[in-house]
Design a protein around this ligand. Sequence first.
Ligand code: PXL
Length: 268
Amino acid sequence: MINNFPQVLTIAGSDSDGSAGMQADLHTFFANRTYGMSVLVAAVSGNSYGITSSHLLPNDFIDEQFKVLSRDFKILATKTGMLANSSIIELVAKKIKELDLGQIVIDPVITTKHGNKLLEDSAIETIKKQLFPLAKIVTPNFYEAQILFGESFENNMDTIQKAALSIQKMGPKNVVIKGKHSGEKADITDVFLDEKQNFHYFSHDYIPTDRINGTGDTFSATIVSQLALKKNLLEAVKIAEEKTQLAIKNQIEVGHKFGPINHWSIID
Ligand code: PXL
């Protein structure tokens, strides 16, 4: 039957070294046995040392990518990554409302782990207003969550919970805040606030490695794939937690500095 294979979409930027962004999303979709498609909005030149420059695609071409995909395929779940500016975010929000792109996962990408900006400052409010209300789940990391919440956490669990509740009020049904290595306990706790306002916690051993590029992309892309495979959201988040940890643990040596995680280790 036409279109009965699970199909998923990423709306993102290309990272030339393949470690993050659209490439990490597509690796992850493949590893989860879902068919991945992409709407490219930007491209960055990057290697394991960092990003040196970026270009945006014209809005009419971004629009055309949506049009051709929606005419032919049955997309069951979609994620966003790097969206760069307010104009692209507004276009993406319009397309999500117009077309059936399945369940929506918003990864509010603001900077790379090493400090390169991937979103204009003024566009943070646009993401909150335009995209959060359309999301099944948003997946900020520790730093992004503080920017969205507007206060620093200092790894204090009460404040992280308050931030999750405050982000949920911006419109997404569910929120997961990815944790930060806490010096003393040497573990990382991710906090998932579900739509019934229950908190779930996922703790992992901290793995001392610089090879963690694409971790957030892999996490959100796994949720997208697992939703397309008909898992409920809690199961999808649990699988994303396990697979992301595994992909960090099974380090591969690619590049001199901040390398990619290992998507071969998470193939189903
Ligand atoms: O991992 C965040 C990310 C998303 N999108 C693009 C990136 C990166 C990090 O480098 O380059 C295009």
